[in-house]
Design a binder for this molecule. Structure first.
Ligand code: MG
Length: 353
């Protein structure tokens, strides 16, 4: 099998701001694995706070190519060889593994969710993320998100209460909050208690990722489900989090791929935890790969592609918030024709091939 990869610059419509950083430009990596007939697609959305960037992904994929062999059905052996050669590099591994699944699905002419034995009608609603912004822009963004019944509001700054008030000025929708680790344990308790009046469903990662006891401290003192995101990277983290949180947010780019994500989901179930499937800023390739797993989870936050100015691919659709899986084989993802309006919107950006 032959592997080719390229850096794919992506731009969000608005600067995507969370508690400790903000950006509009993202460098993902798209790859193709070809056999004699079919092409499998994959995508890595590397995060610098996990030690990856587009260049490390390109380098890792270059090393991984030698381990591919010629049978895409041997995903387990291929990934064992890759893991033996390269530690970390979760986003690069996720990209490779999803391309193999895409190729296998195309060879068998079956969509990924069917290969996994899942039912497409059991997909959850996805939330739509409202990043940190000035209050007028937040009200505007909430109005523009009218098609999505569940919002995830980024918090973790001084004006959190004003932000939530601005959201509530314009909607009575279901709200989740995500502090991306911004608070100390005591601050989190105080903040969450003061936010309860806005009617919130759950809180993601109130405290810094390294401190599981801080998560437990918060959970024991507030009347709101607490979810671990940055604290729950791989399956190994799940048993440690049992009892400290109500649920985990599983992401392909953190854990290294579809098989590890499934392992995390089932482990979490064994500890009676709820499960969310989430994403980074990603095009429809990686978002659709995660969406195929969504019949296994309680909550989805698969909106990375919806936040893009231009999504170069099409795959999973969202209908009144509900994820609608594509019927095409494998991931069911295709390149999307870009409209003239979109070309003018992104005329400033250089495409790297
Ligand atoms: Mg999060």
């Amino acid at each position: 099998m032959k592997l080719t990869s390229k850096i794919e610059p992506l731009e969000t419509r608005h600067t995507f701001r969370i508690s400790h950083r903000g950006s509009k430009a993202f460098r993902n990596v798209h790859l193709q694995i070809e056999d004699d007939v079919f092409t499998g697609l994959g995508e890595a959305a590397p995060a610098t706070y996990h030690g990856e960037n587009a260049d490390t992904v390109m380098g890792a994929l270059g090393t991984m190519e030698a381990e591919l062999g010629d049978d895409p059905f041997q995903i387990q052996s291929i990934m064992d060889r890759v893991n033996h050669r390269i530690t970390g590099n979760a986003a690069a591994k996720a990209a490779l593994e999803m391309a193999l699944y895409d190729l296998v699905g195309k060879r068998l002419n079956a969509p990924l969710y069917r290969l996994l034995g899942l039912t497409k009608y059991q997909t959850p609603l996805t939330s739509f993320t409202i990043g940190i912004d000035d209050l007028d822009t937040i009200r505007e963004k909430v109005k523009l998100a009218h098609a999505y019944p569940v919002l995830k509001v980024k918090v973790g700054v001084d004006r959190d209460l004003q932000i939530l008030q601005a959201v509530r000025d314009v909607t009575d929708k279901q709200l989740r909050i995500d502090a991306n680790g911004a608070w100390t344990a005591r601050e989190a308790v105080e903040k969450i208690r003061s936010m309860m009046r806005f009617g919130i469903e759950l809180c993601e990662q109130p405290v810094a990722p390294g401190d599981i006891e801080a998560l437990r401290f918060v959970r024991e003192r507030v009347d709101l489900p607490i979810f671990a995101d940055e604290s729950a990277r791989t399956a190994e983290d799940v048993p440690r989090l049992a009892g400290a949180v109500d649920g985990i947010n599983v992401k392909l780019m953190k854990c290294g791929g579809i098989r590890e994500a499934i392992k995390m989901i089932h482990l979490a179930r064994a500890f009676h935890m709820k499960v969310m499937i989430g994403c980074m800023i990603e095009s429809s390739i990686a978002i659709t790969a995660a969406a195929h797993l969504s019949p296994l989870v309680d909550y989805a936050d698969l909106d990375g592609h919806l936040l893009l100015a231009v999504d170069p691919f099409k795959g999973v659709k969202v209908d009144k918030g509900k994820l609608v899986l594509p019927e095409g084989p494998g991931l069911g993802v295709d390149r999307r024709p870009i409209t003239l309006r979109e070309i003018s919107m992104t005329s400033g950006r250089k495409r790297q091939r």
